[in-house]
Ligand binder design. Structure first.
Ligand code: 5RP
Length: 235
């Protein structure tokens, strides 16, 4: 028996396509990180190649995003080259009903928060499995300076979190971020006040950034499968 197409992959692909379709000629676009945004980058590149879009410039949120953008022919600039970003497209690990997010499943949340928060419009692209009633089932990624991993772990435990150092896959030892830091994945029972927790964690000495994105997202595009057909919902 052969397996059918993976529904999650189809949802990611279609929502990536829908977000790329919202970019207009002349815009500066924040390019997020992850498997869903990878589709948006691919479709954006296709639109540029076909001539349907012109003069689009990308600002990548990670090494992975810059590699993909180059592969798909999207010219890149940095935050030194512009005073604004028109639109950012990025994925998320969880989205709550107030459009608050947990991000950082790909350890890129520090650069993502910088780029996504600067954009006039931040479009989040997710498949329907990411929509939750309350944040917290996904362990919260926290980027930490390597010399501060032990004290930050203790501080997070005092806040009620269970912190685990993220380990590499097919690489011995911890994951190292694009900035040369480490990531603690912190499991809280439930995050009732994301705005307060975001600030409290970022106040711990040694923490660079955590994956709570509160009040940053403007539009959430959700890829769904309805009656066997992919569709896109906006909220
Ligand atoms: C990377 C992220 C990603 O956007 C998030 O993990 C979602 O990834 P995917 O689209 O692969 O499910 O925050 O740091």
């Amino acid at each position: 028996m052969t397996a059918g197409p993976d529904p999650v992959k189809i949802m990611k692909q279609e929502v990536g396509r829908a977000a790329a379709a919202r970019v207009q000629s002349g815009q500066i676009v924040g390019l997020g990180t992850g498997s869903t945004t990878a589709f948006a980058i691919q479709f954006l590149g296709d639109r540029l190649k076909s001539g349907e879009l012109k003069d689009v410039l990308g600002i990548p949120t990670s090494f992975q995003a810059s590699v993909l953008a180059k592969q798909h022919g999207i010219p890149l600039i940095t935050l030194d080259d512009t005073d604004h970003i028109d639109i950012a497209i990025d994925g998320a690990d969880e989205v709550d009903p107030d459009k608050n997010l947990i991000k950082g499943g790909g350890a890129a949340h520090t650069r993502e928060k910088i780029v996504d928060s600067l954009a006039d419009q931040f479009i989040v692209v997710v498949d329907s499995t990411k929509i939750v009633d309350a944040l917290g089932a996904f362990p919260l990624p926290v980027e930490v300076l390597p010399m501060a991993v032990a004290p930050v772990t203790r501080a997070l435990e005092k806040l009620g979190g269970k912190a685990e150092l993220r380990m590499g896959i097919r690489k011995d030892g911890p994951v190292i971020t694009d900035q040369g830091n480490m990531v603690l994945d912190v499991k809280f029972d439930r995050i009732d006040n994301p705005a307060e927790l975001e600030k409290t964690i970022n106040n711990i000495p040694g923490v660079l950034e955590n994956g709570l994105f509160v009040g940053v997202a403007n539009v959430i595009l959700v890829g769904e499968i309805q009656d066997g057909q992919p569709s896109i919902r906006e909220f």
